[in-house]
Design a binder for this molecule. Structure first.
Ligand code: ADP
Ligand code: ZN
Ligand code: ZN
Length: 756
């Protein structure tokens, strides 16, 4: 034990309930409490609680020169040994306390080291707006005409409009630079010409500046029924699943529940997959609830996250509703009434690396329990886990089977690629059927989404002479060709090298592209439809805080006719003008080696399809496949969730997979193959002594080496009637004996519960 140097906080900044939840996470997901804390506490929080002024800073002065607020702080220092930002805020009952500290320093009432002051000083944030003399329609038109000779400047003005229209907030110079792609010198020029006006707001964040809040929408009959069914279900169940087809208006139902909850002065947590946290949804909620909505997002700065943390902790009216990605389950709620988990089937609610490897949906349910709050899970394609729980009567179940406004579900058609190839009706990866429908759609001015679930130009380069394909030196995978940079890249470790001219194995120049990704589809579309604007949305094009937003805005404003993209396209976006969705190849997702591959393919395809025809006119979806008779494809094309559920559940029973069995995966890693092999055999043998046939492996995963580490997996299946805590205890015991064996000490062990 070490000496206590200083007591940082008078009151705990972490509540008992939080600790209780974190302990649950550590024990359920088999990690340390420290792992959980590292994920939970924003690091700057520690900063916030640091002392800024202490008694030592006090000087002897004539108090009469102090203004009231200055005096309050000065006097407080005589009674308390030190003050933190938070304390000073409380004393003065305002947030921005820096001007007061500054004045106290200037009057030499206190002294604070330069760096301490600098550290806490809020940064000035630069904003721009259009100069007031362009407020009339006419003046604006003239300005835009004038600027036609300066297209870059014109572009900046246009971007300014679109950003402020979508976010309904003042526009930061930084954001304008990011979204428009213009250099800051162009913005400077516009300010110099008195077209743009620069101003500063000296708070750490801009407040929501919307007009009066919009009234929430009136629900239609289906929504009303769903709402009252949910309320009834909540009388019996802690958790209820809302299964509503895409565009059935689930969000509006959530909104009514949120309204009720905040009326009772309780907090609401609205969980979404990271990527679905778009400005679209944020502004939709802000229109209804204004400043009461706080957003918690990993792309936000630590300071922004600390602000949300404090607002939640102090039950501030500014955080009655927290809209956040998975890590928002760690916030210090103290009065939670409702948790909504939207798109609950989404894989990204699960954290894979580093520990805690928790599932935010499942943790949210536990969190709600602790607060006697309710959880609503929502999805158009629920996970088998949640639907199974509903069927088992553990959750309530409410369904909406109709789209809002009687919009029809899209017409889904399967296109047989094998047949098309035989009849020579394929151009590259496009069937004549798809080209035909695309032509029709574009002709009437509608937009198209093409879905391809691989990024890169062509995943694999293969030598036609010797069959060699270039491999990553650190991982057991082939490198992916990225045409944009003319590079070969590893998607696992980021290794990259220039594309070679000849085969490294035999010197042949006959190199072939195998497989295809978003980049290649984009290339082909551009050739097929040269007169239309094509864009691509995948991990490569959406890096950075604004990459994703830029593409969404462009699509909304019809600056894109055809959007090619990956998984990212599936997330709850609402594009009114998209009438055709093409799924380029259904087979590579169906054939993925994972017991959830069929369930996931069903979810993905229905979610992408849901982007088509969200207004009166019926949307169209074309799915290209080598295997049109595949059950999953039949179920997708007839929108038969129940058929999918029953068939998949049958497999899960037969092969003892979740949700029928629980499972824990143990991964061992080492740079030396024989060491990891011996270690994993020892581990599996010890497990088998206890769990017999329910242990599988050790096995090398399909990609056996990543970042120069060899992997071995062992799977433990746990029947529902077997105690999960006892099983975990036993595994931990084995793990401890394992760690105490000298030869195995350098082997890394990763425990993963439920989803992986
Ligand atoms: P889901 O979340 O189920 O996919 P949304 O909540 O996004 O569906 O609703 C689909 C569309 O229908 C949205 O554009 C939404 O604004 C509109 N909508 C839904 N319910 C109503 C309502 N009660 N009144 C007016 N518009 C509605
Ligand atoms: Zn070769
Ligand atoms: Zn690699």
């Amino acid at each position: 034990a070490k000496e206590i140097q200083q007591i940082l906080d008078d009151k705990p900044i972490v509540s008992e309930k939080q600790l209780q939840l974190w302990q649950w996470i550590a024990s359920y997901y088999m990690c340390t409490l420290g792992d959980v804390m590292r994920a939970a506490l924003p690091s700057a929080f520690i900063l916030e609680s640091e002392t800024v002024v202490s008694k030592n800073n006090l000087k002897n002065i004539d108090e009469s020169i102090l203004k009231d607020d200055e005096f309050l702080v000065f006097e407080a220092l005589h009674h308390q040994s030190s003050l933190k930002i938070h304390d000073i805020s409380n004393i003065l009952d305002k947030k921005n306390v820096f001007p007061v500290i500054k004045r106290l320093i200037e009057k030499e009432a206190i002294s604070v080291e330069e760096e301490v002051y600098e550290k806490y000083k809020p940064k000035l944030v630069r904003y721009v707006k259009l100069h007031a003399h362009f407020s009339s329609e006419k003046a604006l038109q003239e300005l835009l005409n004038d600027l036609s000779r300066a297209p870059k400047q014109r572009e900046v003005i246009m971007t300014l409009f679109s950003v402020s229209a979508t976010t309904k907030k003042p526009v930061k110079v930084k954001d304008l630079v990011n979204v428009s792609g213009a250099s800051s010198s162009i913005i400077k020029a516009l300010i110099g010409k008195n077209i743009l006006e620069e101003y500063h707001i000296q708070t750490d964040r801009v407040q929501y500046s919307g007009d009066e809040n919009e009234a929430t929408k009136n629900l239609n009959e289906y929504q009303k029924t769903a709402l009252s069914e949910i309320k009834t279900a909540f009388e019996t169940y802690h958790t209820t699943l809302l299964h509503g087809v895409t565009s059935s208006g689930k969000t509006e139902v959530y909104v009514k529940l949120i309204e009720d909850t905040i009326k009772e002065d309780k907090q609401v947590l609205y969980l979404l997959p990271e990527i679905a946290l778009t400005t679209q949804l944020v502004s939709r909620l802000q229109n209804y609830f204004g400043e009461q909505v706080a957003v918690f997002h990993s792309k936000y700065s630590v300071h922004e996250r600390v602000e949300v943390w404090n607002n939640v902790l102090h039950k501030s009216p500014k955080a009655k509703i927290v809209l956040g990605a998975r890590s928002s389950i760690f916030l210090p709620f103290n009065n939670l009434g409702l948790i909504i988990v939207d798109e609950e089937h989404e894989q990204s609610f699960k954290q894979f690396d580093p520990a805690p490897r928790y599932h935010a949906r499942d943790t949210a349910i536990v969190l709600a329990h602790m607060h006697s709050a309710k959880t609503l899970l929502g999805s158009a394609t629920p996970s088998l886990e949640s639907y199974f729980n509903a069927k088992q009567n553990k959750y309530g179940l409410v369904e909406i089977t109709k789209r809002y406004n009687d919009v029809l579900m899209p017409d889904i058609e399967l296109v047989d690629i094998k047949d098309k190839l035989k009849k020579k009706c394929m151009k590259g990866h496009f069937s004549d059927r798809l080209i035909e429908d695309m032509t029709e759609t574009l002709k009437v001015g509608h937009q198209i989404i093409l879905f391809q679930n691989r990024r890169g130009f062509s995943p694999i380069i293969e030598c036609k002479t010797c069959g060699h394909s270039p491999q990553c030196p650190n991982c057991d995978v082939s490198l992916t060709y990225h045409q944009y940079r003319n590079q070969l890249r590893c998607h696992y470790c980021g290794y990259n090298s220039a594309m070679m001219q000849d085969c490294v194995a035999c010197g042949s120049q006959d190199l072939d592209n195998k497989g295809f990704g978003t980049e290649q589809i984009e290339e082909e579309v551009k050739l097929l439809f040269p007169d239309y604007k094509v864009a691509r949305m995948d991990l490569d094009t959406t890096r950075g805080k604004y990459g994703y937003e830029k593409i969404i805005t462009a699509l909304e404003q019809r600056d894109i006719d055809i959007l090619v993209g990956t998984q990212m396209l599936t997330k709850g976006l609402d594009f009114r003008n998209v009438k055709l969705v093409g799924i380029m190849n259904a087979d590579n997702m169906l054939n993925f080696p994972d017991f959830r591959a069929h369930e996931r393919s069903f979810q993905l395809m229905l979610q992408v399809s849901g982007r088509a025809g969200r207004t009166e006119e019926r949307g169209k979806v074309l799915i290209q496949t080598y295997n049109p008779h595949h059950n999953i494809l039949q179920q997708v094309s007839t929108n038969s969730y129940m058929d999918m559920f029953n068939e998949q559940m049958n497999d899960r029973y037969n092969f003892k997979y979740p949700p029928v069995f629980k499972q824990i995966k143990i991964t061992l890693k080492h740079k030396d193959y024989s060491r990891v092999e011996t270690a994993s055999i020892w581990y599996a043998k010890s497990l088998r002594q206890l769990f017999k046939d329910y242990v599988l492996g050790p096995e090398s995963p399909p990609i056996a080496r990543i970042r120069n580490q060899f992997h071995k997996n062992i799977l433990v299946k746990i029947p529902k009637q077997q105690s999960l805590p006892k099983t975990k205890e036993a595994i931990i015991k084995i793990n401890n004996s394992f760690q105490s064996i000298k030869d195995f000490r350098s082997v890394k062990v990763i425990l993963n519960v439920d989803n992986f």
